[in-house]
Design a protein around this ligand. Structure first.
Ligand SMILES: CC(C)(COP(=O)(O)OP(=O)(O)OC[C@H]1O[C@@H](n2cnc3c(N)ncnc32)[C@H](O)[C@@H]1OP(=O)(O)O)[C@@H](O)C(=O)NCCC(=O)NCCS
Length: 286
């Protein structure tokens, strides 16, 4: 692929053999991904790595999310090599590989100006909540609504719920997630109208994505997982404007860092139907 002007740095496509080195870069940032999480990411997308003398010093990944829509993540430059233009070089090469379309990512604060220089615009904020010691009261639901398990024949309905609420069509990623995660559904008069995933991530667990018609049902879905896993380290990444933050804090799920959702080359399709996103899949998946 591309070679930097000083000839020391070379870029190439990421392979499975690069994942342990990518994992070390991610761990150095205290990001929570396990090697398994990175393997799932590469299975769902693609990436590039930058090498100097055989050492991987930077990464960027991207994931298909619809027709000419991609999410991007795992943008890291080793701390020893920062502020020398490598971030720009690697990200530019990744954009060339992706080849245009609508691009979505969740930016950490130091990276916002990098993405802005490539034409990304800030759209919204994602707030991380996490904790292990929480008290979860029983959540109320509307008449006709109940939480229930999701049957295998409803998997396409789950895909549609997530796609309609987020505007992102990630069939391969979501199908893999459905296979490996636990799910609880929200039933209204026999219709599946909400879902919350629960899965291993980093040091503990994550609740997400969560799709529900309103905040009342979202709280019920999230309470289901937090209530049955009190004492386990659990995390949620929620859209700042969804209104769940004060409630999560009351439960003991402390607010941690936030990231900025940025978009280039268009806007995300608006939600279709009544489902809304109350927790995202993960920051790095976009
Ligand atoms: C963000 C990151 C990838 C930038 O890599 P880099 O090699 O230092 O980037 P560059 O030298 O190409 O700089 C590109 C632009 O990013 C911005 N930037 C980079 N580091 C910054 C910082 N610490 N604070 C503010 N802006 C910063 C600047 O606008 C810079 O342009 P300039 O040098 O012309 O002002 C790197 O700092 C990193 O890996 N950080 C930790 C992981 C992370 O947060 N990744 C982003 C995930 S969304």
């Amino acid at each position: 692929m591309a070679t930097a002007p000083d000839n020391r740095l070379s870029l190439r496509g990421m392979t499975a053999a690069d994942l342990p080195a990518a994992h070390q870069l991610s761990k150095a940032e205290r990001w929570p991904h396990r090697l398994d999480d990175l393997q799932a990411m590469l299975a769902a997308g693609a990436g590039i790595v930058a090498e100097i003398g055989g050492e991987i010093i930077a990464t960027t990944m991207w994931f298909p999310a619809g027709e000419r829509v991609f999410t991007m993540g795992l943008v890291i430059v080793s701390s020893a090599y920062r502020r020398g233009g490598i971030g720009k070089l690697v990200f530019d090469a990744a954009l060339e590989c992706v080849g245009g379309g609508t691009l979505v990512l969740n930016a950490t604060l130091p990276a916002v100006s990098l993405y802005r220089s490539f034409g990304f615009r800030s759209m919204s904020e994602i707030v991380q909540h996490q904790g292990a010691a929480f008290q979860v009261p029983v959540a109320a639901l509307e008449p006709g609504e109940r939480l229930r398990p999701i049957g295998q024949r409803e998997h396409s309905r789950v895909l549609a719920l997530v796609e309609n609420a987020t505007g992102l069509k990630r069939d391969a990623t979501m199908t893999a997630l459905i296979e490996s995660a636990s799910m609880v559904g929200l039933d209204r008069d026999g219709d599946l109208v909400g879902v919350a995933f629960f899965r291993r991530f980093g040091l503990g667990y994550v609740v997400g994505p969560v799709i529900a018609p309103t905040i009342v049902e979202a709280k019920a879905l999230i309470s289901h997982w937090l209530g049955s896993r009190a004492g386990e380290f659990t995390r949620l990444d929620i859209p700042a404007e969804c209104g769940l933050s004060p409630w999560l804090e009351e439960l003991g799920m402390e607010k941690n860092e936030s990231v900025v959702t940025m978009v280039r080359g268009g806007t995300l399709p608006a939600p279709v139907g009544e489902g809304r996103s109350f927790a995202i899949l993960s920051q790095a998946f976009g």
